[in-house]
Design a binder for this molecule. Structure first.
Ligand code: ARG
Length: 263
């Protein structure tokens, strides 16, 4: 693993470190099943999810996920792109395994980070990458600004990624996926207080925990009804009871994404 990858994961972990201590106290360890990558998921492939992109460093070491929304545009998290440049990142499509060498590697010609982005707990965690060459894969549709009903509490959402098995664990070599129910704004504010910015975020997860995205899944998709509706952003630890995953509420940023896709 490269230093850059480690640094990115450390930065992602640090963003929630203080809150994670609380989560450790709150989570009853005896009730938690053995965590699996994308905690609680099953293995899958990029053939099943062709729009699922690895965001890597120049050595093709993955540090975040992304979603192909047009042949040359990838939606990811702003926090994944902090400190990056067009020369430091690559996008890899069609590669199910982190240790694979197959698929398509694209360079990045432009990185758009939401101009208001400051930190994951303040919202605006969205970025769009423009690829120098086209990806030959099926793209994902994404929600429009008027589609806010997709987040109705209890709606099944799909999460996908190569993230860690557990908080502070190691990444999954094979792509994984799981489903989690969306959580109401009231429920999520109950977990996270003012760090939950209702206009910019949506939560998903079981109240008992056990299934969640984790470090390295950031930037990847939250799919609802087969459409990109969220971006993996943050959480207290991973899969802890009472602390659902927090995702960028894409309806809020749909027009921004479209401007980048068309721009
Ligand atoms: N910030 C993490 C990353 O950079 C994603 C964390 C998601 N955490 C969660 N509990 N759902 O990969």
């Amino acid at each position: 693993m490269s230093g850059l990858t480690r640094a990115k994961k450390a930065a992602a972990a640090a963003a929630t470190a203080a809150a994670a201590a609380t989560a450790l106290i709150a989570a009853p360890s005896s009730a938690v099943a053995a965590p699996q990558p994308i905690v609680g998921g099953t293995t899958t492939t990029t053939s099943a999810y062709p729009f699922m992109m690895q965001i890597t460093d120049a050595s093709q070491d993955q540090f975040c996920g992304g979603t192909l929304v047009s042949p040359t545009k990838v939606v990811t998290a702003a926090h994944c792109m902090v400190g990056e440049s067009t020369s430091s990142v690559r996008v890899v499509g069609g590669r199910t395994y982190l240790n694979g060498t197959n698929g398509t590697v694209a360079r990045v010609s432009r990185i758009w980070i939401h101009p208001a982005y400051r930190s994951v707990t303040r919202g605006d965690d969205v970025a769009v990458l423009t690829l120098s060459t086209s990806m030959p894969y099926t793209t994902a549709p994404y929600v429009s600004s008027s589609d806010t009903s997709v987040y109705a509490a209890g709606t099944t959402a799909r999460i996908i990624g190569w993230g860690t098995t557990s908080s502070g664990g190691s990444s999954s070599d094979q792509l994984r996926t799981a489903t989690v129910p969306t959580v109401s704004d009231t429920g999520c504010r109950g977990s996270y207080g003012s760090r939950y910015v209702q206009s910019d975020m949506v939560c998903a997860g079981y109240s008992s925990g056990g299934v969640d995205t984790c470090q390295g899944d950031s930037g990847g998709p939250l799919l609802i009804g087969g459409r990109l509706a969220g971006i993996t952003s943050w959480g207290n630890g991973c899969a802890a009871a009472g602390y659902p995953g927090v995702y960028t509420r894409l309806t809020t940023f749909s027009a921004d994404v479209t401007a980048q896709v068309n721009g």
